[in-house]
Structure formats: C-alpha cells, structure tokens
Ligand binder design. Structure first.
Ligand SMILES: Cc1cc2nc3c(=O)[nH]c(=O)nc-3n(C[C@H](O)[C@H](O)[C@H](O)COP(=O)(O)O)c2cc1C
Length: 198
C-alpha cells in the first residue's frame, strides 16, 4: 500500500462523538461536543477528555471537579454539531439544541436524557498539553439505556447507534455491521493453548 505523509496533525479515524456536560459553582449547566475522549484505565476505571483551556466547559470542570461524558447516537448529529460550534458563553446550547437533562447520581454534572450511555466522572488529574488540558476522570458510574438489554441481560449495540467522528475530514458517520468477536476471533491464528488466560 503506497502512503502519503500527512505530517504532525490530528487526523485519525474514527473518533467517538460525545457531549460533555458540566456545571459551574452556581449550578449553571453547559454542554460541549468532544471527540478527544476515551477510556484509559480499567483499574481504577478512568476516562480521559482533552479540552482546550479556553472552553467554558473546562472552566466549569475546574470549578466543580466533575463532568459527565454522554455518548451521541446518530440521530443527534445536528444537535451535537451545534454544541461543538457555539460556546455556552454566547448562547444557551441546551435551549437551542432541545437536549434535556436528568440529574447525576454521584456528582453535580447532569446526564443528557437523549444519550443512551452516560459516564459520570470525578476529576482526578489534569495534564497540561500546550493549549489543551488532558483531564482524567475517575468513573463513578455508567448509565446504559434499559432498552439496549436483551432477554439474556446482555447489552446489544444497535440501539446505541453511535455517531462516529472522522477528525481531519470533519465528517460524521454511523457504524456498519458487526465484523468479529473481540478477544476471541484472533485465536484462530494461534494453535490451541490449554493454559491460555484470556
Ligand atoms: C466533532 C467535534 C469534536 C470536538 N472535539 C473537541 C475536543 O475533543 N476538545 C475540545 O477542546 N474541543 C472540541 N470541539 C470544539 C468544542 O466543542 C467547541 O469549541 C465548543 O464551542 C466549546 O464549548 P464551550 O465553550 O461551551 O465549552 C469539538 C467540536 C466538534 C464539532
């Protein structure tokens, strides 16, 4: 495969599309779109978000020490894009987008009701990265839509219909079909090992 060098940039496919909800010390809630987001540790369960230090959301999180990461389903693409192109300093993004809130169980930043997966976090650590701040959040709880559980109590993915962001080309896509089972289908490339621990 022939390659073309893009240089040091932020093009990477795919990235999640999330909405970060936060609250200031007076209880005013804000929502912003973020794609530089991911789970980064299992023990302790930790989520990382990277925010430009000028975002209102960053100021809120510094004030109250908490945030909620809300997964975005494909049908919220327009609302999510709007929350990524306007600051809460200039308009009430919740009123314009029509998104609704429900209180968190463990911290002050509310959950977005229309999101099928909400991750409540307590700010644990902050790392300076030029104009950005990598915020590490201890995961306090995750709320998953009841409608996504099947009869065996297993989470099924299609109801989440995650909106994927393609950084660099600035496009939103939805997921295709399931391709393989993780931690399993790779085994066909190695001989059976009875001591295997995975
Ligand atoms: C798809 C998308 C992804 C974004 N991801 C991030 C991100 O990860 N970090 C960040 O600081 N800004 C990101 N932004 C920009 C912020 O959402 C935007 O600056 C927003 O207006 C900040 O809102 P606030 O000032 O109300 O906090 C993204 C915007 C879009 C459209």
């Amino acid at each position: 495969m022939q390659k073309r060098q893009l240089g040091p940039c932020v093009t990477f496919f795919p990235q999640p599309t999330t909405l970060i909800s936060s609250v200031d010390h007076q209880g005013l809630v804000n929502v912003m779109t973020a794609s530089w987001v991911g789970i980064v540790s299992k023990t302790p369960p930790t989520m990382a978000i990277s925010l430009n230090k000028g975002r209102l959301s960053y100021a809120n999180i510094r004030q109250t020490g908490c945030f909620t990461v809300n997964a975005v389903p494909a049908d919220l693409a327009v609302a999510a894009d709007f929350c990524g192109i306007r600051s809460g300093r200039d308009c009430d993004k919740l009123a314009v987008s029509g998104l609704s809130l429900t209180p968190g169980l463990h911290q002050q930043a509310p959950l977005i009701e229309e999101s099928p997966l909400n991750v409540e976090c307590r700010l644990a650590r902050e790392i300076e990265l030029g104009d950005y701040r990598l915020l590490l959040g201890e995961i306090l709880d995750i709320h998953a839509a009841e409608s996504a559980f099947d009869e065996q109590e297993k989470l099924s993915v299609p109801p989440f219909d995650p909106l994927v962001y393609l950084g660099g080309v600035r496009e939103y896509w939805s997921l295709g079909e399931k391709i393989a089972t993780a931690y399993h289908d790779g085994r066909q490339l190695v001989p059976e090992d009875p001591d295997r621990k995975d």
